[in-house]
Design a protein around this ligand. Structure first.
Ligand code: A3P
Length: 282
């Protein structure tokens, strides 16, 4: 596999899983959250998990979101995804061209969450320095080079979002923006549940909102990935967390004016004519 901007040695994707995925049979009621890393995956996994499991958890109360919404290409916990009862929920960072073939023109639903790439960059920088399995960078400058070269898990940000967006008519896909979710979590949850054709009561929506705020998620062991980070992924220090800041515009505290302007120039060049809007600060 050799695609523009793709560097598979760095993606941590198991090639054997990827080959099998190509022919993975999709069901009409499968649901996917697809993101570029650091764009709100865990958050949306939690929302999906609450929409589908809340109130009818049936002995799954202690399940981590990672088990409720397993990753397609990193099946860390060896969930038997083929024989899972419906509706199956999945997360994935795959670019559109590596998605299972039968996901195309299928009824299965995809929620694609995107975030302004300066905040993605900063979140990714911290995360790479935290995770043992990712390559650490001494300086932001150093990481920015890799990010702009696509030499990170998820490959090139520009290709990822453009790819999914430009092929959106091949899929049953809803685009959600991290910053909108941050601005108005309740409406975002309603938008997601309406796309999923899930009728929720006011109380159910309230409960989901409550358990999906950054402040609360940080303390929900099933949702915050703390034990997974410590016990399964491994961290370089004990301070860091998957839920780091959860803010919009944190890039302003980390990027120099020069770095920010350079990023803007590249962004404008790569994303000209791209119709989705971005929010850089709230
Ligand atoms: P920060 O590093 O900027 O804090 P992903 O799950 O795709 O890896 O994305 C991780 C980012 O989403 C982290 O960003 C994390 O804090 C943020 N995040 C997770 N849950 C969130 C929530 N409930 N509200 C806002 N941001 C959240």
């Amino acid at each position: 596999l050799n695609f523009k901007g793709c560097n598979f040695e760095r993606t941590l994707v198991d090639m054997k899983i990827l080959e099998k995925l190509d022919d993975f049979e999709i069901r009409d009621d499968d649901v996917f959250v697809i993101t570029y890393p650091k764009s709100g995956t865990v958050w949306t996994q939690q929302i999906l998990s609450l929409i589908y499991f809340e109130g009818h958890r049936n002995r799954t109360e202690k399940w981590d979101t990672l088990d409720r919404v397993p990753f397609l290409e990193y099946n860390i916990r060896n969930v038997d995804i083929e024989n899972r009862p419906s509706p199956r929920l999945f997360a994935s960072h795959l670019p559109y061209y590596l998605a299972p073939k039968s996901l195309k023109n299928n009824k299965a639903k995809i929620i694609y969450v995107y975030r302004n790439p300066k905040d993605v960059l900063i979140s990714f920088f911290h995360f790479s320095n935290l995770m043992v399995r990712l390559e650490a960078s001494n300086t932001l400058e150093n990481f920015m080079e890799k990010f702009l070269d696509g030499k990170v898990v998820g490959s090139l940000w520009f290709d990822h979002i453009r790819g999914w967006y430009e092929h959106k008519n091949d899929f049953n896909i809803l685009f959600m923006m991290y910053e909108d979710m941050k601005k108005d979590l309740r409406s975002s949850i309603l938008k997601i549940s309406s796309f999923l054709e899930k009728d929720l009561s006011e109380e159910e929506v309230d409960a989901i909102v409550r358990q999906a705020t950054f402040e609360n998620m940080k303390f929900i062991p099933q949702a915050n990935y703390n034990s997974i980070l410590k016990n399964e992924f491994g961290t370089r220090n004990n301070e860091g967390a998957f839920l780091r800041k959860g803010a919009v515009g944190d890039w302003k505290h980390h990027m120099t004016v020069e770095q920010s302007e350079r990023f803007d120039r590249i962004f404008q060049e790569e994303m000209k004519d791209f119709p989705l809007k971005f929010i850089w600060d709230l």
